[in-house]
Design a protein around this ligand. Structure first.
Ligand SMILES: *Cc1c(COP(=O)(O)O)cnc(C)c1O
Length: 242
């Protein structure tokens, strides 16, 4: 196979995948009493070549991308067609990388410590920016995962609500791997209840508009349980090759 025909095939796969995902979003949104437009589809771009990311942006209506790693995003950024597309950081962020990333993303979805929030604040203040953030919740209380423990969430939000140059917009979660769709739905539903509880408390300087949860294997369940943003990588771009 020539490189041209390989690329053409992948372009058409991506086009088909986005179409299918959007149809699934519409069905799941309706089941949860919402419209397709109420759900943001993020294309997760880790390991994906900029050629294919730009195809998704230019030809498939993708206007939100998510990258995990600071270095990888910075190395791709110049080639990406980001004029009308938002880029969010979704992977674990070390405080020593904050300075490099803050000018280039509109949201950091993986804030899970006061120390990190303060570092983002400090670097944003230097460039006169306010960074939208999501608080990552370790909904399955797994030792292996990043994120705030759900029992500490209220306290955490009260503390970071006071930090300047950052604005909390909602919550993000990666639930544990579950064998059944019922199993994962329970975690999504716990997240949704937390989201509603916090919203009802009307904490100072805390917005609860975005609930980012659901990936390739479980985005339908996530939407049915209240996700407002889903993060889809492999079922959109194809299997990742590391
Ligand atoms: C990789 C990744 C995704 C997408 O995973 P897929 O299963 O490929 O859809 C979503 N969110 C985060 C935080 C990720 O790291």
């Amino acid at each position: 196979m020539t490189i041209e025909s390989y690329n053409a095939e992948r372009f058409s796969d991506i086009t088909e995948n986005v179409k299918r995902i959007k149809e699934n979003i519409a069905v799941a949104a309706e089941k949860s009493g919402r419209k397709a437009e109420d759900i943001s589809l993020m294309a997760v771009t880790k390991t994906v070549d900029t050629l294919f990311i730009n195809h998704a942006i230019d030809n498939c209506g993708i206007n939100l991308i998510g990258e995990n790693r600071v270095q990888e995003f910075l190395s791709k950024r110049d080639e990406l067609h980001l004029q009308n597309t938002e880029a969010h950081l979704i992977g674990h962020l070390q405080t020593n990388k904050v300075k490099q990333i803050v000018p280039y993303v509109s949201m950091i979805e993986s804030v899970d410590s006061v120390r990190l929030a303060k570092e983002i604040s400090k670097e944003c203040a230097k460039i006169n920016k306010t960074m939208d953030i999501l608080v990552e919740v370790n909904v399955g209380m797994e030792n292996s995962k990043f994120g705030i423990d759900s029992v500490l969430l209220g306290e955490f939000l009260a503390e970071i609500g006071e930090i300047p140059n950052i604005k909390v917009k909602g919550l993000m979660a990666i639930p544990p791997i579950c064998e059944t769709s019922q199993g994962v739905k329970r975690f999504f539903s716990n997240m949704y209840n937390m989201f509603l509880d916090i919203e009802a408390k009307k904490l100072d300087n805390i917005d609860m508009h975005i609930l980012s949860m659901g990936m390739s294997g479980d985005y339908v369940q996530a939407i049915e349980e209240g996700a407002t943003e889903i993060r889809v990588g492999s079922s959109l771009f194809g299997k990742r090759v590391y």
